[in-house]
Design a protein around this ligand. Sequence first.
Ligand code: NCD
Ligand code: ZN
Length: 353
Amino acid sequence: MNSGTTVDSITIRQPDDWHVHLRDGAMLAAVLPFTAAQFARGLIMPNLVPPVTTVEAATAYRRRILGARPLDSGFEPLMSCYLTDHSDPDEIETGYQEGVWIGAKLYPAGATTNAHHGVTDIGAITPVLDRMERIGMPLLVHGESTDPAVDVFDREAVFMETTLVPLLNRFQGLKVVIEHATTEETVDLVRAYAPRVGATITPHHLMINRTSLFQGGLHPHLYCLPIAKREHHRLALRRAATSGEGCFFAGTDTAPHLKGAKESSCGCAGVFAAATALQSYAQVFDEDGALDRLEAFMSLNGAAFYGLAPNGATIRLERRPGRVHPTVAGGEGEGVVFRGGEELPWAVGRAQS
Ligand code: NCD
Ligand code: ZN
């Protein structure tokens, strides 16, 4: 496939999305079909209002997701729990041992959407991290500094230096996923600590840089956290994703918000990436001559990191120009689809079991 010949289709094991915001209620019902059409499993983010902090809340949320699935869908939600300063190690362990959740999410308090109940001081969750290290439960990290004096484009790098590296060195057996990696320094850090550390990479961070947000005017639907960085970072993310290295895997960070909440004087962070995720990842791998490594990134590496078998079903991607509808009706409004309405060079077929 790297020999200069053009491949017109590729069949891979059905992928998993290792970072999904499905929301709840009408929005959940509106967006879930897009994730379920492409992905067999999704790691569901717990930043609801109120956040998913208990076994009971995660069990109930999982049930609501199952209830919102399209009739023919076997999509499997894998849950996570939201850490706060008051998280109880016994509760965290119970949810893990009972198979209710597969990881716990560390949001530095205030770092992103619905993160205000997050962790204010890593010291507060030391007993939780000790326990997670002992039982082999992965910690999922939103890696951005919350110091308001830190430039928004430097928040990931500062967090890695001041918080994550000390944490990795203190908890040397803890499995960690750096969610939505956006910088060259982060991918180097992941490689240095692999295989116990991995990272998800979104389709949008592989396709846009920080200039894209302002190209010809302000593009609120490309605004997410961590914010897209300079071009050299985007290129480093592309090298990481397409490398085939086991520590990098797909996580779309699809984060739908109502259009009005994004096109606002104080717009929400989040890109609704679900409907065009696989088309975008396939395009990136094709452009970089790495279609033969697409399956590792999409369907194998993440499952291996979490100790799960890869999916048995397959999905076919075709080099066939297509368009996805620009918006999705979601309750009291609509969500704007990443790359919606644009001509995309790759299209997704139906999954085959
Ligand atoms: C996410 C959301 O809207 O829930 N937003 C985002 O910009 N990515 C939260 C997150 O993952 O940071
Ligand atoms: Zn997210």
